[in-house]
Design a protein around this ligand. Sequence first.
Ligand code: MRU
Length: 371
Amino acid sequence: MSHSQTPLSPLRRSRSAAGERLEILDQTLLPWRKEWRPLTTLADAEHAILTMQVRGAPLIGVIAAYGVALGLQEHDDDAGVLNAISARLAATRPTAVNLGWALTRVCEHLRALPELTGQQRINAAWREADAIAAEDADNNGAIGAHGLKLLQAIRNSHPDRPLQLMTHCNAGWLATAGHGTALAPIYAAHQAGLPVHVWVSETRPRNQGLLTAWELMEAGVPHTLMTDNAAGLLILQGRVDALIVGADRIAANGDVANKVGTCLKALAAAHQCLPFYVAAPSSTLDFNAASGNDIPIETRSADELRFVAGVDRQHQASRLRQIDEGHSVYNPGFDITPAALVTAIITEHGVIPAREPALARLLRAQVSEDR
Ligand code: MRU
């Protein structure tokens, strides 16, 4: 992938005599402005997740893990503080299960090391968060490689023209610690010389599709931005070969929670008998949720619909009101795509059906790796 001056990670980590340092790329300013923000306290990590300076299920998990280390730095002599730190971070966003997964992993790691003194415990928290970030990047690489094979097979069925793909929201490097989930196979295809074109849906109301368009532009991947509502037209006109999206949580029965609007694309894809792939690491799997009905759906602020954000002619960040306060507004952040509409899930362990037995095997593989 050739990126012009583009950071390939939404986080920067360093360690020096002065201590540990963590910075994030503020996604509330993208794609207009690249600004890095240091996170130095638990409140900073909480704020970054809550306000979506960082977003995307895997990245939320990674930042939450670092949030534990930041929290311990503020209370290094209090062994009982771990639960309180974890509870604060867990309350930031409800749908992405990677958040709870990462918090459980760091906390269990630290509880298994009761002999550590204050500073040693803090160091152990930083190391575990680093490990989670590194594993996420590795998982992205594996998802890319597995997904590439699927894309090659689809392309072989019509080698005369570029592969037409569609995605929703942003599941690229901005949403993870590596090359992304849904975008990883697309980047891998582009790198392998497979001609691809990506239909990118805007993803109202937060417009994460603009982040995807920006990522693809920087990587030189041909793409076209479209309104969310154009998806049905394009799919039913036969202008799409396959869809790939990410996931925020996958229930035991294979139902998938992802950015609101995903389900409508899956319904249109099923009507047209198109492959609908979900790309996600095993940390997105939640066996405590038997089905999508058990997945909490985040209801977001009405202001996301009442205002539109952008930059003005002077390139200054600006917000414009589009409707007044008198209107009732409903703004769910996610929807549930029934397992029956999902062709397969692309994981770091391979491509598996969105069905309970395959997901249970995946969960076992994940648990044995975490140990
Ligand atoms: O609200 P967001 O922007 O955090 O939602 C992100 C998504 O829904 C992504 O599609 C999902 O997390 C997969 S990210 C690799």
